[in-house]
Design a protein around this ligand. Structure first.
Ligand code: AMP
Length: 587
């Protein structure tokens, strides 16, 4: 097949503003394409040579492209640069200069699609010291054989500027019409795409085998499945009604969505946008190798930044430090992660995407071995709005964004690539940021594990209620303590240990160790939230809820100057909550 056929279609597509016309043009192109190379033609129309999840890009920098064009056209680089300033489009510039050159060319081999594709492929794979020279030579060679129009599109393709605006969905429409017997086939073709994320593979299957080909399409470990997305509602009543009166409500962890592909020893991680992000998370890969028992699996998880010492979740912003190319080892040390698994799409030979959620969840539980750092999403099954609300507040207090409520009904399949009502997220509309520190009383402690064995893992802290002369719990704090603090704390608290909760302490939480309310420390949190389990200012803002400090961190200040009765009062906390309450704007 001649590359000029593709270039002609590109030109017509560029000229149209109507989607239907675009689809017709694509249908013609696909029908005229030999089936063996239809995948390549499809990638090329998207300005690519592979599906997105393959970590290979043509990636030609402007400098290199100018050099190649100079070589192929015999025009000086400075002249090309001058022209580029005017056109702002290397494609157009290439077309112009190659047209000048063509007047003196006598013999030319017509370019085939295969030749173009193979050359682009070689360019993408070029690496090491000679890569730049090799890429320049390959591109110059291609341009030299191209007609001016072809040169325009080749140039745009290699520099990542093809931008024909052909959406994936338009290609699927065109495939359904060209090879599936009509638009009605679109659903089936789309499903194949949703479970493979590979338009080229779908094109080949439907072109070679018709609808039979796409019906037989199966998930493949290594090919990411397009993610299922959630709708949003803002009350437990509405959510339950929408989900048929009952649902599985899970913590909505605030991290990065990761699709885990495991095949024997190999693990690949894909982002929500289906990019291969394995290199960012060597620690997550180790966790998968160690704790996913299934030999082959595709699982979904939220990867969350944690406090290495306590296992507590950390704010989303901390995870963002992991989005980097260099210094991965240091970032891994400083911002360790946990995996919270929430779906199983394939396990040991079985495609689970069309199974109902309760069955997928069961498969998920069987596929992994839970540990400190690898867990399934915390959940409840409920039909009670009050219980749902309570779980929601608990989730937020523990560092989550809210809940994802999932259907467990007869149609609760994994809707790859779709945003539907089988998953409904429940997030907050308001949050109250904390700007000032507070002074809180240590009323209890929890034993540490791992690195913190023998000392405290976290402290239970309380604010003072002068009216009842009691101490009401407001947070559990395990972050911000130095090794020195940790060594010192048990010694320092020893004389205040008592065998039961102090009568002046009001707590719904059972601590491992109780103290007399004496020692005051300074703490800074990220937010104040409603809480179903902390007693601070219970019922003051909302019936049945207290207030809690989210993401607390010890500042390092022991307020030895303060008596317990001088600690921050519950009314001060109520005031802080109200003063900073702001509507959350969705990003
Ligand atoms: P949103 O990005 O606000 O549309 O919410 C959906 C996202 O929540 C998903 O893409 C996941 O990254 C994330 N998430 C966190 N926990 C869960 C969970 N238990 N189930 C499904 N998605 C979750």
């Amino acid at each position: 097949m001649l590359y000029s056929t593709i270039a002609d279609t590109y030109e017509k597509i560029e000229a149209t503003t109507k989607r239907l016309e675009m689809t017709d043009l694509l249908v013609d192109l696909l029908k005229n394409t030999p089936k063996e190379i239809i995948d390549k033609v499809v990638y090329l129309t998207q300005g690519k040579i592979y599906p997105d999840f393959v970590k290979l890009e043509i990636g030609v920098a402007e400098r290199l492209a100018i050099k190649a064009l100079a070589k192929a056209s015999g025009i000086k680089e400075s002249e090309i640069e001058e022209d580029l300033k005017k056109t702002g489009d290397l494609g157009e510039t290439a077309q112009k200069f190659m047209a000048k050159k063509k007047q003196v060319t006598f013999f030319q081999q017509p370019l085939t699609v295969q030749k173009v594709y193979e050359t682009l492929d070689k360019m993408a794979k070029a690496s090491g010291s000679g890569a730049v020279d090799l890429k320049t030579a390959l591109l110059a060679g291609l341009l030299a054989d191209a007609t001016p129009k072809e040169a325009k599109y080749i140039m745009r393709t290699v520099t990542g500027n093809l931008r024909l605006g052909i959406a994936d969905m338009t290609v699927l429409d065109a495939l359904a019409i060209a090879y599936g017997g009509g638009k009605e086939a679109r659903e089936l073709v789309e499903r194949a795409y949703n479970i493979s994320s590979d338009l080229g593979r779908v094109a080949k299957a439907v072109a070679e085998k018709g609808l039979r080909g796409v019906k037989k399409f199966a998930v493949l470990v290594g090919e990411p499945i397009r993610p299922m997305l959630a709708e949003r509602l803002s009350s437990p009543e509405e959510i339950l009604e929408k989900l048929g009166g009952k649902c599985i409500a899970e913590y909505k962890y605030d991290g990065e969505r990761i699709q885990i592909h495991k095949k024997n020893g190999d693990v690949t991680l894909f982002s929500r946008r289906l990019e291969d992000i394995s290199s960012q998370y060597p620690d997550a890969i180790e966790l998968v190798k160690k704790h996913v028992k299934a030999k082959e699996a595709i699982l979904e998880a939220e990867c969350v930044a944690i406090d290495a010492d306590t296992g507590e979740m950390r704010p989303f912003q901390e995870l963002m430090h992991r989005r980097r190319k260099y210094g991965i080892e240091e970032a891994m040390e400083e911002y360790p992660v946990s995996l919270f698994m929430f779906d199983a799409l394939y396990v040991d030979g079985k495609d689970l995407t069309l199974e109902l959620y309760p069955i997928r969840r069961e498969a998920l539980v069987k596929a992994i071995e839970e540990s400190e750092r690898v867990k399934t999403a915390k959940y409840i099954i409920t039909s009670n709005p009050k219980e749902l609300e309570k779980f929601f507040l608990e989730a937020i207090e523990n560092g989550c964004e809210g809940l994802v409520c999932k259907s467990m009904a007869e149609d609760s399949v994994y809707q790859a690539g779709a945003r539907g009502w089988l998953w409904i997220k429940y997030k907050r509309d308001y949050k109250s940021e904390m700007t000032d520190t507070v002074d809180l009383v240590i009323v209890g402690a929890f034993h540490g594990r791992g690195k913190r064995a023998g000392t405290y893992g976290a402290l239970l802290l309380a604010a003072y209620n002068p009216e009842s002369d009691t101490f009401e719990t407001v947070t559990k704090c395990g972050t911000g303590f130095t090794d020195e603090d940790l060594a010192k704390l048990p010694e320092m608290m020893k004389k205040h240990v008592i065998s039961h909760k102090h009568p002046r302490v009001n707590s719904m939480i059972e601590a491992d160790v109780w103290f007399e309310p004496v020692v005051v420390i300074e703490v800074l949190g990220a937010e104040i939230t409603l809480s179903p389990i902390h007693t601070c200012a219970m019922n003051a803002i909302r019936q049945g809820s207290g207030l809690a400090i989210r993401f607390p961190r010890f500042t390092g200040n022991y307020r030895l100057d303060k008596a317990a009765e001088d600690a921050t009062t519950i009314s001060e906390i109520v005031e802080m909550y109200q003063k900073q309450l702001k509507k959350i704007v969705e990003s």
